[in-house]
Design a binder for this molecule. Structure first.
Ligand code: AMP
Ligand code: MG
Length: 368
């Protein structure tokens, strides 16, 4: 059996650059962990003692602890899941309500490929624990009966999101309570046994929050922040030239298939079957599930990278496109104005026309 810690799908080449020699500009670099993944930061700032890297790490951790975690009992998602089966549901903040709305929309637009109610299936496979080596022993895929039971608890119809106006995005025509606290963005009602899992979008949501932080701190001139498979580019490098983000080779994670040269303001998210997986009897079981079967998706894609100005959309779309495969995935990405690059299991690389301007395959000279 073979196990891997989470391997991101893209890497930032800023580590090759060394310190910044430009007058009055400091380059702060850090490597930490948060959200179950490695956080790499490189920040160009005018302030000598910038606390930006520490602040960004803290805001990422608090997003996980206070809002997104399925496991920590301090989070809103935990409270929503704990309230499954209660007819009155659970109040959520406006920010979380907005995230859920976007996930529901992308879920519908992807024909159900992205499904944030897949918690029971995600829990059953427990792939994060296997891939991180927290679970040991002989890995066995879940039995048919257990999988059918878990799948029966998932699906769009197991979740209602009531707006603070008292309207349901479910559109079931029912009456919501007409009073909701003004600080509250809505109310989530889950069927008994249902469970939300925002693992597909958490890092992208963090990038959106980090972008707001960077924009509020005018002393920061440029930055590139990598949270596992999701990367944010911001501003400019003092020495000029674009930010270089390498797209990992799904068949050799010590190598990459090419490089994206990007301006500031992009979110780059990658989903791949090599990021979290376990192998048993020659079969690879990875962490992205097809909601129609409950099994790891087999769409012929080994890795897909999405470029978007929204972290949430880049992360949601990378997961959905991995499940949909090249043809339907390209269509979905284009519908959202995002760029997509697919590496298929046979090694073929396919991308949207708009992606080509940023892309240099390995072996080609990288533009300055
Ligand atoms: P990503 O690495 O961004 O593609 O997200 C994968 C994570 O999303 C998994 O670890 C699960 O927590 C969750 N997940 C897996 N399959 C799906 C799916 N079909 N829809 C939504 N979330 C999923
Ligand atoms: Mg994702």
């Amino acid at each position: 059996m073979k196990k891997f810690f989470c391997v991101s799908g893209a890497a930032v080449l800023f580590w090759l650059l060394g310190g910044c020699s430009f007058e009055k500009t400091q380059q702060v670099q850090s490597v930490d962990t948060a959200m179950g993944t490695v956080v790499q930061q490189s920040i160009y700032t005018r302030e000598a003692d910038s606390g930006a890297a520490r602040d960004i790490l803290e805001l990422t951790k608090s997003l996980e602890q206070e809002m997104l975690s399925r496991r920590l009992d301090s989070s809103q998602v935990y409270a929503v899941n704990a309230g499954a089966g209660k007819p009155e549901g659970t109040e959520v903040s406006e920010e979380l309500a907005q995230i859920l709305r976007t996930c529901i929309r992308i879920g519908e637009d992807s024909g159900g490929a992205l499904d944030i109610t897949l918690g029971p299936v995600v829990q059953l496979w427990d792939m994060d624990a296997w891939a991180a080596g927290e679970r040991t022993g002989e890995f066995q895929p879940p039995g048919e009966e257990a999988l059918t039971e878990a799948l029966g608890l998932c699906g769009r119809d197991k979740m209602q999101l009531w707006e603070d106006s008292g309207e349901s995005s479910q559109g079931n025509g029912g009456e919501a309570e007409d009073h909701v606290d003004a600080s509250v963005g809505g109310r989530v009602i889950l069927s008994a046994g249902a469970c939300l899992d925002l693992g597909a979008v958490g890092k992208g949501v963090a990038l959106d929050r980090i972008l707001v932080y960077l924009e509020e701190h005018k002393e920061i001139l440029g930055a590139v922040i990598s949270l596992g498979g999701s990367i944010l580019t911001y501003g400019e490098k003092p020495e000029g030239g674009g930010w270089r983000v390498a797209v990992m080779d799904p068949f050799d994670t010590s190598a990459y298939v090419g490089i994206l040269t990007l301006d500031g303001g992009w979110c780059v998210s990658t989903s791949g079957d090599y990021q979290r997986f376990v192998e048993a009897e020659g079969v690879r079981y990875h962490h992205i599930y097809d909601p129609s079967s409950g099994y790891p998706a087999q769409s012929g894609v080994a890795g897909v990278t999405i470029l978007s100005h929204s972290g949430l959309e880049s992360d949601a779309l990378s997961t959905a496109c991995f499940i949909l495969g090249v043809e339907a995935g390209l269509e979905l990405a284009e519908r959202y104005g995002a760029e997509a690059l697919f590496v298929e299991k046979d090694g073929r690389v396919t991308m949207t026309a708009g992606m080509e301007q940023y892309w240099s395959p390995v072996g080609e000279r990288i533009p300055e």
